[in-house]
Design a protein around this ligand. Structure first.
Ligand SMILES: NC(=O)CC[C@H](N)C(=O)O
Length: 223
């Protein structure tokens, strides 16, 4: 299966995302921000980093990149899309996911290993986890505070669309300790922490993040 990994000017984590795809048995396909087609991929990862230097606000410019129009169209037809950190910010800016990411509540960039609880294992990206499992992956962001209005939060909670929640002290002021959410169809997932940096205990804190990429391979093979 072919998994597109997008690079914008300022993207940082495309190489690790591609490596995670290959670890899970997929083929990583490079996509550039100016591309007008998705090269026949089965899924897309919007990786972390500092697209367009985080100018205006994180993800605000990337949302208008030509490749994102293709991603929005494909997601609306059911293609699995994962946004990690800056990728999550971009998916919110592109309105593929509701809400927004704002400055961390203590106004500092946070870089640490973070425990997360898997709240929903029925998405294209989390089926390999047990419901309620706790995983440890890196978190590194300055604008990681998830915000949404009360009715959106109620909808996300009511429909079980909170996928990951922070365990322990809330690192960034996210409403309801939300670390990641999914679209109504469970195909688009965005999260602030970085599963692609935790695919091998030799180089990451754990290999707890690999399950997301294995889940994707399962979901595309089954589809
Ligand atoms: N690691 C990242 O993707 C960082 C995202 C964004 N630049 C922020 O600081 O919030």
């Amino acid at each position: 299966m072919r998994v597109g990994v997008i690079t914008f000017p300022g993207t940082l984590d495309d190489v690790d995302a591609a490596r995670a795809v290959e670890y899970a048995g997929g083929e990583a396909v490079k996509l550039w921000h100016a591309d007008h087609d998705l090269k026949n991929v089965d899924a897309v990862i919007v990786p972390g980093g500092f697209s367009y230097g985080d100018y205006l606000r994180c993800g605000a410019i990337a949302r208008f990149a030509p490749v994102m129009q293709e991603v929005v169209d494909a997601a609306k037809k059911g293609m699995p899309v994962l946004g990690i950190c800056n990728g999550f910010q971009i998916l919110c800016e592109a309105h593929l996911l509701p809400g927004a990411l704002i400055r961390n509540h203590k106004l500092h960039f946070v870089c640490r290993d973070q425990w997360l609880k898997v709240e929903n294992n029925a998405t294209a990206w989390t089926s390999r986890y047990d419901q309620g499992a706790e995983i440890l992956v890196p978190l590194k962001s300055g604008e990681g505070g998830y915000q949404a209005d009360r009715s959106t939060l109620d909808e996300l909670e009511g429909e079980g669309r909170v996928v990951f929640r922070y365990v322990g002290e809330n690192p960034n002021g996210s409403r309801n300790d939300i670390a990641g959410i999914t679209s109504a169809n469970g195909r688009v997932v965005g999260l602030m922490p970085h599963p692609e940096h935790a695919i091998d205990a030799l180089t990451g804190p754990t290999d707890d993040g690999l399950g997301m990429f294995l889940s994707l391979v399962d979901s595309v093979v089954k589809a």
